[in-house]
Design a protein around this ligand. Structure first.
Ligand SMILES: Nc1ncnc2c1ncn2[C@@H]1O[C@H](COP(=O)(O)OP(=O)(O)O)[C@@H](O)[C@H]1O
Ligand SMILES: [Mg+2]
Length: 385
């Protein structure tokens, strides 16, 4: 298996996949195996890709790549991609990853349906294909420029794909149409979702956030209203709404303007006494992630009444009072993975990479535990019979 660590690729010592006729499935395919050139896998978008002939585990998707559970500890060390390290001529093989958003300049190419959400959103079509259209007028126009800037840089299986942008009388962003945001999905289908699925949602959000942070992008408005359900079965979700996002490489103002209930302690605190402007950071996104994880695990949009007003939130956290553990969650999961995200000192919080790794390892351990319990029970059953 080829492992990507930072921007380097290394070949796993026992790599069997990178042979003459079968590549390892990522655009950085190992240069050790194919000296002098980078290879693009013909299996790159093949969801059945297996990482090595050595292991027959199910493929597990992380970002753009597929690995099997057995090798997950290698693969979680970093999957960031940097286009500049791939020969430009090879980029044509993976246009879907790095293509910039289309500027739609012909108004005959799209049709707007009825406007909802106070005229900020409509279901319509783009060249005959159903799409969601985000419409921005007046003050809101700026947010579409921001979303364009971010969408030009990102592509991830847990980030809603944007299809194009129109900058005219109204500014419009064309997005892949989905049926639900997570807030509404919980209302309609919450009771069919078990802890395993909710944990998968947390892993998917963590994976997308880790990817954004690798690209030096802060989301700054993570909450369940900004997470959409991707498929009919409700197994996959996607982060959306980059109207408040910050590109640390390009933006000169890092002011956090997201939702109060999800705002990190240090930002709320210094908003209160106005003396120091506390900028948004990866750590403030980690705080918002933890509040969002609470909403996911609780299957609830509604936060406890004493965690809504900024002054209550600040007072609670200073006194050591945190959001209550959601009913269905194992105590050590909450205590060791989520609670550290609420540390008052941003530097003491885990990174999105740490969180993603901890969540995945927890999920694998749970799977193994279930497997051994099953094996033991079936053994006992056989002995009894
Ligand atoms: N691609 C989409 N498909 C279906 N509904 C969407 C889509 N994008 C957004 N929505 C709906 O519109 C709401 C507002 O969109 P969002 O991008 O969050 O804009 P805002 O900046 O107004 O919060 C979302 O909570 C969701 O219910
Ligand atoms: Mg929103």
């Amino acid at each position: 298996m080829c492992i990507i660590i930072g921007k380097e690729t290394q070949c796993h010592a026992s790599c069997l996949t990178c042979s003459e006729n079968s590549y390892c499935g990522n655009p950085y395919a190992c240069t050790n195996c194919h000296p002098g050139d980078y290879k693009i896998s013909p299996n790159f978008s093949d969801p059945n890709f297996k990482c090595s002939k050595e292991c027959n585990g199910d493929p597990l998707q992380q970002g753009e790549y597929y690995y099997c559970d057995e090798h997950v500890e290698f693969s979680v060390t970093g999957i960031d991609t940097d286009v500049t390290t791939i020969k430009p001529s090879l980029l044509t093989y993976i246009p879907q990853i790095f293509k910039k958003l289309e500027m739609i300049t012909n108004v005959d190419h799209f049709e707007k349906g009825e406007e909802i959400g106070g005229g900020t959103f409509s279901v319509g079509n783009l060249r005959g294909k159903p799409v969601a259209i985000k419409i921005a007028r007046d003050e809101g126009r700026k947010s579409i420029h921001k979303e364009l800037q971010i969408y030009d840089k990102v592509k991830h299986s847990n980030i809603l794909p944007a299809l194009g942008v129109h900058l005219g009388v109204d500014n419009m962003l064309f997005l892949t149409l989905r049926n639900f945001n997570l807030k509404d999905y919980f209302i309609d289908y919450g009771n069919k979702l078990d802890f395993r699925q909710l944990k998968q949602y947390c892993i998917q959000v963590a994976d997308a956030m880790k990817y954004l942070h690798h690209k030096n992008i802060l989301h700054c408005d993570l909450k369940i209203d900004n997470i959409l359900v991707k498929d009919e079965d409700g197994e996959e979700i996607e982060i959306s709404d980059f109207g408040c996002a910050i590109d640390l490489d390009l933006d000169h103002c890092n002011k956090f303007i997201g939702t109060q209930t999800h705002t990190a302690y240090e930002i709320l605190k210094y908003r209160q006494n106005q003396s120091i402007l506390t900028a948004a950071s990866k750590a403030s996104d980690v705080w918002s992630f933890a509040v969002t994880a609470w909403q996911i695990l609780q299957k609830s949009y509604q936060l406890p009444s004493d965690f809504i007003k900024p002054e209550d939130i600040v007072r609670n956290y200073e006194a050591g009072k945190k959001l209550p553990i959601p009913a269905t969650v194992a105590e050590d999961f909450w205590r060791y993975i989520i609670l550290p995200c609420f540390d008052l000192h941003p530097k003491a919080r885990p990174t999105m990479e740490d969180l993603h790794k901890s969540l995945i390892i927890k999920a694998i351990v749970a799977k193994l535990r279930a497997y051994f319990v099953f094996k033991t029970l079936s053994f006992q059953l056989t002995v009894n019979i």
